[in-house]
Design a binder for this molecule. Structure first.
Ligand SMILES: *Cc1c(COP(=O)(O)O)cnc(C)c1O
Length: 399
């Protein structure tokens, strides 16, 4: 395997790295696929001399190391650290800040991130300021105690984009780190570190695992100081994934490029028929030329891809939005995203129900907004499913 032994090899392309990075042959049996190392402890030959590099599974284990090596390679990072969920990843990054620190965040972050910022971080002396227009406001929001900028692009569920490079340039002039939650795009479509981000975080639960059967998170970065600090907290807090989940997520990761391409292709087809439908008010999809920040997508996303997520406002209000999600036969009405199966939901009544209506509508989350996660089924079937559900939902709202 030669140079592939080093997962950080950058000359290899994405698909090759997805399959091979961190996927070492077992040195004793030759197994092409790594065994799942369920042992929680590792033998020592004399006190303080473990047989191999492992001592206790919370500190490190072979399956987690393999997964972290693969993610580091795919995010063009030197290091990656895996956690028990995307939320645990966020918590550890925030825990790394001293009391008295200040954070600037985009307004429409993931609901659980908003909850952590406003109900947990504040109790530990970390203050978060939210802004809906971070590129314009950042310069004047940065204070001497500002330590972190938190960006999510695309935003959820309205798919607004942030120019990572523009934000990073301002932040770095003030010595402030930039974190990008890259869950919606996956490392295949967007690599925030190459656009100036210091830390990229993922809910592995979504595209990276991709099969809706693992809860997990990961952070990737280049700095040795961050490796030291976040690695210490990974072990000290102990919010780590199981060896089995690391193994499953690594298996899922090996087909990320195939799944992300197909999901993006399907979302483009669905977005186009929605945009052409008389039953639809508007469509949010960064892969469409009508997207207000399409130029950012062209610069920041692989081949200008839009990814697998989109949202749209249906005619007929809240009732039509609810009906639509009940009439789809392939799209399952459910929260979450990024799996091989297509899902749909109504954010105002489900994932974003906790946000007051006025705040929601300022962010574009109206009662009639439907969010869709396009899977990897056949585009023609997804298209037919959406068209028949639109007809039924809008017809019944007019009756
Ligand atoms: C799901 C999600 C999270 C939280 O991840 P969990 O694995 O559910 O804890 C964070 N950010 C985004 C964008 C998400 O979609």
């Amino acid at each position: 395997m030669g140079s592939m032994e080093n997962g950080h090899t950058t000359e290899r392309r994405f698909g090759t790295l997805a399959v091979h990075a961190g996927a070492h042959h077992d040195p004793t049996t030759g197994a092409v696929i790594a065994p799942i190392s369920l042992s929680t402890t590792y033998a020592q030959t004399s006190v303080g001399s473990p047989v191999g590099q492992y001592e206790y599974t919370r500190s490190s284990n072979p399956n987690r190391d393999n997964f972290e090596e693969a993610i580091a390679a795919l995010e063009h990072a030197k290091y990656a650290l895996a956690f028990s969920s995307g939320s645990a990843t966020t918590a550890v990054v925030l825990q790394s800040l001293a009391a008295g620190s200040h954070v600037v965040s985009v307004s429409d972050v993931y609901g659980g991130t908003h909850r952590y910022f406003t109900k947990v971080a504040n109790t530990q002396g970390v203050e978060v300021t939210f802004t809906p227009t971070i590129q314009d406001d950042l310069e004047k929001l940065i204070r001497p105690e500002t330590k972190l900028i938190w960006v999510e692009t695309p935003s959820n569920p309205t798919l607004g984009l942030v120019n990572i490079r523009a934000v990073a340039d301002i932040a770095h002039r003030h010595g402030v780190l930039v974190v990008v939650d890259n869950t919606f795009m996956s490392p295949y479509v967007q690599n925030p570190i190459t656009h100036g981000a210091d830390i990229v975080v993922h809910s592995v639960t979504k595209y990276i695992n991709g099969h809706s059967d693992v809860l997990m998170g990961v952070a990737a970065f280049n700095s040795d100081a961050l490796k030291e600090r976040l690695g210490f907290l990974q072990n000290a807090i102990g919010a780590v994934p199981s060896a089995f989940d690391c193994w499953l997520a690594h298996r899922g990761l090996k087909t990320l490029h195939l799944r992300a391409r197909e999901a993006s292709k399907n979302a483009t087809v669905v977005a186009q028929i929605l945009e052409a439908s008389p039953n639809v008010i508007s469509v949010n999809y960064p892969g469409l030329d009508s997207h207000p920040q399409r130029t950012i997508a062209l610069k920041q996303h692989r081949d200008g891809m839009g990814g697998g997520m989109l949202s749209f406002r249906i005619k007929g209000g809240k009732a039509a939005a609810h009906d639509f999600c009940q009439h789809t036969k392939i799209f399952t009405l459910a929260e979450s995203l990024g799996g091989v199966e297509s899902l749909c939901e109504v954010p105002a009544s489900m994932t974003h129900a906790g946000i007051p209506k006025e705040d929601r509508e300022i962010a574009g989350v109206y009662d009639d907004l439907v969010r869709m996660s396009c899977g990897v089924e056949d585009a023609e079937d997804l298209k037919a499913d959406v068209l028949q559900a639109l007809e039924l939902a809008v017809a019944s709202s007019k009756a």
